[in-house]
Design a protein. Structure first.
Length: 407
């Protein structure tokens, strides 16, 4: 009889916890549930025909190269395309940013970029600054490195600069999502970006800028990236998931040349390189200005669905003028999310089971806070349900709130 085996976990493994959102998404698999929970792009936006053609071309032109191991940095033509497009967007926004393709690292989703940054910049006890609230996936990526994650007060305009100055001493970096933030949908305006960039540079505080949603604007393109204003003081993360297809798991980062070698070494240790075939397909699909034609169709769809949610919320939750008694919400200018706040005395985590019983799901806001959480908040995603489902889902949410408040 064999002796039993004991597995001894690293102490950092105790810091790893399941994603609250992923657990909630399991609930939404129940038949009939209308989900405002997932941060999933609408499948209606996936350019299937273009990927079918790209797949055939890649396998015809260089099948051996597409199916072989490749450079850890990523497919060179794709890196060049990313550098050129991002430089052009920043210049069009009024802030020239000359990106060398040698600064671009292709990642397995932008989530891997967060993991690589955590591995090379965070020691046990390192101070890391985040917005309040912030992206849950970033907290999950940073936590195994055992940092001291400190929330900086934030509002619709962005990071509170006075609070940032008070907390910046000794911080390794500040993590921000300036465009249509997950979870709140808020964006920083030009004046705030300029002041944040100046403040961070004066403090010697690096900025980790995450921008998966920046192309999903509805009426006006967002201001230039923070990283463009101080390229040596920032790392920029981008994604192909929201404009092409998330299942390919393709993202990228742009890093200062002084930092790039260590990020590359961390990438090599993680997965050698991102899938060669997927990189080549994305490059082929993006040829000839495809995104300039494709992304506007995504914006139009998401704007219509945002408008449907705003209309339905206004119908079912008329304002009384008392924020303590009302459900309140913002009006995002792009992206995928709307941020709502329940009446005083209610808790979004407690509300969720009642909402699911009524046939609708959302994500409670509490997990998005690194510090003290506002338990009245919740994230509503408007991009995956149809307009008709949005109206039915908001009606169900109203019933759940009424029932929960009465109880």
């Amino acid at each position: 009889m064999n002796a039993s085996t004991t597995w001894t976990l690293a102490h950092r493994a105790a810091k790893m916890n399941p994603s609250v959102i992923r657990e909630i998404l399991k609930v939404t698999e129940r038949p009939g549930i209308i989900s405002f929970a997932g941060g999933l792009p609408s499948p209606r936006t996936f350019p299937v025909a273009e990927f079918e053609a790209a797949c055939a071309k890649v396998l015809t032109d260089d099948p051996q190269g597409a199916l072989q191991y490749a450079a850890s940095e990523g497919y060179a033509p794709l890196r060049e395309m990313v550098a050129a497009q991002l430089s052009a967007q920043s210049a069009a926004a009024g802030v020239p940013w000359a990106i060398d393709p040698a600064q671009v690292l292709i990642t397995t989703g932008s989530q891997q970029g967060l993991d690589l940054i955590a591995k090379i910049l965070i020691d046990e006890g390192s101070k890391v600054l985040v917005e309040s609230p912030t992206y849950l996936g970033a907290i999950m990526a940073f936590t195994p490195m055992e940092p001291n994650v400190v929330s900086v007060e934030s509002n619709e305009g962005g990071v509170d600069l006075a609070d940032l100055k008070a907390k910046a001493d000794g911080a390794r970096f500040m993590y921000v999502l300036p465009n249509f933030q997950n979870p709140t949908g808020r964006s920083m305006d030009e004046a705030h970006r300029a002041e944040l960039s100046r403040t961070a540079a004066a403090l010697g505080l690096p900025i980790l800028e995450d921008n998966p949603y920046g192309d999903l604007w509805f009426d006006q393109a967002p201001p230039a990236p923070l990283t463009a204003r101080n390229p040596e003081g920032g790392v920029y993360l981008g994604s192909f998931s929201k404009v092409l297809a998330p299942g390919l798991r393709m993202g990228f980062l742009v890093a200062p040349k002084a930092l790039y070698p260590k990020l590359l070494q961390a990438k090599q240790a993680a997965d050698l390189h991102s899938p060669t075939f997927n990189q080549r397909m994305i490059y082929e699909v993006m040829q000839n200005g495809f995104l300039d034609r494709h992304v506007p169709t995504i914006r139009a769809l998401y704007k219509a669905q945002r408008d449907a949610m705003l209309e339905s919320l206004a119908q079912h939750f008329p304002a009384s003028g008392d924020a303590d008694k009302d459900l309140t919400w913002n009006t995002p200018a792009g992206g995928m999310f709307l941020w709502a706040r329940l009446p005083k005395g209610m808790n979004a985590v407690d509300l969720l089971p009642t909402a699911v019983d009524k046939g609708v799901a959302f994500v409670p806001g509490a997990p998005f806070y690194a510090g003290a959480a506002d338990t009245r908040t919740m994230r509503l995603s408007f991009v995956t349900p149809s307009v008709e489902e949005i109206h039915r889902g908001v009606a169900a949410l109203a019933q759940a709130i009424q029932q929960h408040r009465g109880a």
